[in-house]
Write a protein that binds this ligand. Structure first.
Ligand code: NI
Length: 162
């Protein structure tokens, strides 16, 4: 495993749509391992492959319960609404106030290319929506209603970085 460099806002790769994963190769497995190492090193909640420079539909999420690997994820359903602080490892030192659905359900493939569904509320729903946006070349900064703020202005708990 190895740490990968996290691409930051301004890097064109973060604006591009990702391609489907057709096959789980050793390279893809290594990428996923490296993404987890990179996520935990950065103390984040989620990470999408384009954030480490790979335009593939792979996201990982760990809100503190279980680590999730979502390959070729597709949103099946969202409902409700939540408004709260959101950050991104690709936008270091910043956070914004972003409205998201309070419930999200996705279909995805695992590392054996078997299909599953994942549903979540609260932080997990927010993380799913945030990471799905990365796969479409979108960043939360365009959804932040009052623009970006410095995390130093936040209370100690900070924002969730995905
Ligand atoms: Ni992000």
């Amino acid at each position: 495993m190895a740490l990968r460099q996290i691409r930051e806002i301004g890097d064109e790769i973060l604006t591009k749509p990702c391609l489907e994963v057709k096959e789980i190769t050793p390279h893809v497995k290594e990428l996923i391992d490296d993404m987890f190492e990179t996520l935990y090193d950065a103390d984040g909640v989620g990470l999408a492959a384009p954030q480490v420079g790979i335009l593939k539909k792979i996201i990982i999420i760990d809100t503190g319960d279980d680590p999730h690997v979502l390959i070729n994820p597709v949103i099946l359903e969202t409902s409700g609404e939540q408004e709260g602080t959101e950050g991104c490892l690709s936008v270091p030192g910043k956070y914004g106030i972003v409205k998201r659905p309070d419930y999200a359900k996705v279909a995805y493939y695992d590392e054996n290319m078997e299909q599953h569904e994942l549903e979540g509320t609260g932080l997990l729903a927010r993380a799913i929506c945030h990471e799905m946006d990365h796969l479409n070349g979108k960043l939360y900064v365009d959804l932040a209603k009052d623009g970006l703020h410095d995390v130093s202005e936040l209370a100690e708990e900070g924002g969730d970085k995905s």
